[in-house]
Design a protein around this ligand. Structure first.
Ligand code: PMP
Length: 324
């Protein structure tokens, strides 16, 4: 698992601040009752243009708004304000590489997490370097968890709330202590849901299957992009339906999709080898399309990318675009 390096700066409340200065009192709703919602978005570094491109930023901001609505946390930032914060923060940072971006809304005041006014709410954006995971070529070994994915009646998985990760943490801890890389959780009905950070797909006899959005899963943005690429560009069929645990055992390919893990093959489930323990042909073809799409820069024709600020080179020279 990647250990995150402490960045020099963070956007906290209304400005770029040194990392150490972003503090709250321990008695905040965010600390005592996990009242916060967040997004995880990637910024892909484009060397030629000397800037990052944010993948699916409007979708991430929409999901942040939806999460805040469900959690009844005032939404105190607009798309433009968040984009402005990203520009200011990236301009202050030394990162000339791919990054992971975490905009977060949290409640400071309020009783039982019912915040009254925007003054009760805080906002921060943290950015970390995020190199590609090695597991995209080596694959992951997954264990079906004995922990159940929380459902809509207890902690809605559709939205991205910090509190949901309490549930997912149990599954991760169990899988890693049993020597696996990742956990796959089943839902209340005993059907496949998702991992602690990704959606699950399987391929069997040329048919691609993934749990439908009512399966106690996050409404994942990468999952939607993967379905778009598989169907509209690769001409394959994807069935969104209930998926049984044993379907994973007999699949030709299993792969995960998510912002951080991108498209990651699964090579083992519960000790049963998947395919020949190597990424299968559908996984590889999807990886190729997805990685190319994320790195299109100005040539993006799918509308997936939002441009970040042009940053000076490490030697202080201006980015290429400034010379135009
Ligand atoms: N499920 C969970 C529980 C997650 O945390 C994530 C990562 N955000 C995903 C699925 C994948 O979602 P996305 O493609 O939007 O990153």
């Amino acid at each position: 698992m990647t250990v995150l390096e402490k960045p020099p700066y963070i956007w906290f409340k209304d400005a770029v601040r040194p990392w150490e200065e972003a503090t709250v009192h321990v008695w905040t709703e965010a600390v005592v009752r996990a009242a916060s919602v967040f997004e995880g978005m990637r910024g892909y570094w484009n060397e030629q243009e000397s800037r990052h491109y944010f993948l699916h930023m409007p979708d991430h901001m929409r999901r942040l708004a939806d999460s805040a609505r469900v959690a009844r946390i005032p939404r105190i930032v607009t798309f433009e304000e968040c984009l402005g914060a990203l520009h200011d923060l990236l301009s202050a940072m030394p990162y000339r590489e791919d990054v992971y971006i975490r905009p977060t809304l949290f409640l400071e005041e309020g009783r039982y997490s019912v915040g009254g006014s925007p003054d009760d709410c805080g906002f921060f954006v943290a950015i970390f370097p995020s190199p590609r995971e090695k597991s995209i070529t080596s694959g992951l070994r997954c264990q079906i968890s004995s922990w159940q994915r929380a459902d809509d009646a207890s902690a809605p998985p559709r939205v991205k709330a910090a509190a949901s990760y309490y549930n997912l943490r149990f599954a991760r801890m169990e899988a890693t202590s049993n020597g696996y890389d990742e956990a796959i959780l089943l839902n209340r009905q005993g059907k496949v849901a998702e991992t602690g950070g990704a959606s699950v797909f399987l391929v069997r006899d040329g048919r691609i299957v993934t749990p439908h959005v009512g399966s106690s899963i996050l409404e994942s943005i990468t999952r939607r992009s993967a379905i778009e690429l598989l169907t509209a560009e690769l001409g394959l069929r994807v069935d969104e339906r209930e998926v049984e645990r044993s379907e994973l055992y007999v699949a030709d390919e299993v792969f995960l999709t998510g912002t951080l893990c991108e498209i990651t093959p699964v090579v083992d489930v519960d000790g049963l080898e998947i395919g020949d323990r190597k990424p299968g042909p559908v996984t590889r073809e999807l990886q190729e399309r997805y990685y190319a799409a994320c790195r299109q820069g100005q040539a993006d024709r799918r509308g997936w990318l939002t441009a970040g600020p042009v940053l000076p080179g490490e030697d202080g020279s201006r980015g290429k675009e400034d010379g135009l």
